[in-house]
Design a protein around this ligand. Structure first.
Ligand SMILES: Nc1ncnc2c1ncn2[C@@H]1O[C@H](COP(=O)(O)OP(=O)(O)OP(=O)(O)O)[C@@H](O)[C@H]1O
Length: 268
């Protein structure tokens, strides 16, 4: 579904690569976290998937497309396959919840009746069916992020990219949000999520890709957060020290590792 093949990215007017020879493959239906300290390249990796940035070398394949060769006119179709969620929600402040979600469908020219039905179903899925008439500032942070998630999935994309989606939320709300992303993943959407949220990564025990100064230093099938550099686990060559064979399909966390196990934990 998403494949990075020896991908490097050097931004203009910089010398140190933001991504350095990254190879990884995320299969359809997988849930993968991207972790790493600030500046390690997580957002860059997600931006390459969206073709907001282009790799300096290597190949990025998304949903059967070779992004380096993708003509500009085909980029909108690529992006329709990808929903995005960000730390700062990015809702339209003057539009209601319903209109924020509907907007994504209106811009691609859906029929009014279909839009109403799809928006209704999606708001119900994220648990906001009663708040459709509110404006974003009349919602809590967690509710705003649910609206953003509803907007990201309303046209049923095959991939959901989430860049630090719990970064502005308290631990209990973060858990609600990750459970929602987990539910969306279980319905078949491939999820790639960049995060600094160690509790969530440790509770979910899904695939973890770790970046360190642009290099992929870890790819664990049911990983924990603990950063390699901090724990001294980095291999002698500076490369992946605990690489596991990439998995196919969506790993099922066992009951004791389900994120709900964290409900009692409260504050950080
Ligand atoms: N548009 C840009 N132009 C130049 N350098 C950039 C640009 N965007 C990112 N970088 C650099 O690329 C490197 C990786 O940045 P990136 O935003 O991908 O890291 P990150 O892991 O997402 O960080 P954070 O966790 O702080 O969001 C950093 O050194 C950053 O300064």
């Amino acid at each position: 579904m998403i494949r990075f093949d020896h991908v490097s990215k050097v931004y203009p007017r910089t010398t140190r690569p933001a991504l350095d020879d990254v190879s990884a493959s995320i299969e359809r239906g997988q849930f993968a976290f991207v972790v790493g300290s600030s500046g390690s390249g997580k957002s860059t990796l997600l931006r390459l998937v969206l073709k907001e940035e282009t790799a300096t070398s290597g190949r990025v394949q998304v949903a059967g497309r070779e992004l380096e060769r993708l003509p500009r006119r085909d980029v909108p179709a690529l992006r329709r396959e990808i929903g995005c969620v960000f730390q700062d929600f990015r809702l339209l402040p003057a539009k209601t919840v319903t209109d924020n979600v509907a907007f994504a469908l209106q811009v691609i020219g859906g029929r009014r009746r279909d839009i109403r039905r799809q928006v209704g179903e999606t708001l119900e899925m994220v648990g906001l069916q009663d708040l459709g008439r509110r404006l974003p500032h009349e919602l809590s942070g967690g509710e705003q992020q649910r609206v953003a998630i509803a907007r990201a999935i309303v046209n049923r994309p095959s991939i959901l990219l989430a860049d630090e989606p719990t970064g502005n939320l308290d631990p209990a709300t973060s858990l609600d949000i990750i459970n929602l992303l987990d539910q969306i993943n279980r319905r078949g959407t491939t999820v790639l999520m960049a995060t600094h949220d160690d509790e969530i990564v440790n509770a979910m025990r899904r695939r973890v890709l770790e970046l360190d100064e642009g290099r992929l230093v870890r790819d664990d099938e049911r990983g924990e957060y603990a950063l390699t550099r901090a724990t001294g686990l980095r291999g002698p060559d500076g490369g992946a020290s605990r690489h596991t064979a990439r998995s196919t399909g969506s790993p099922e966390p066992s009951d004791e590792t389900r994120p709900t196990a964290r409900t009692e934990e409260g504050d950080r």
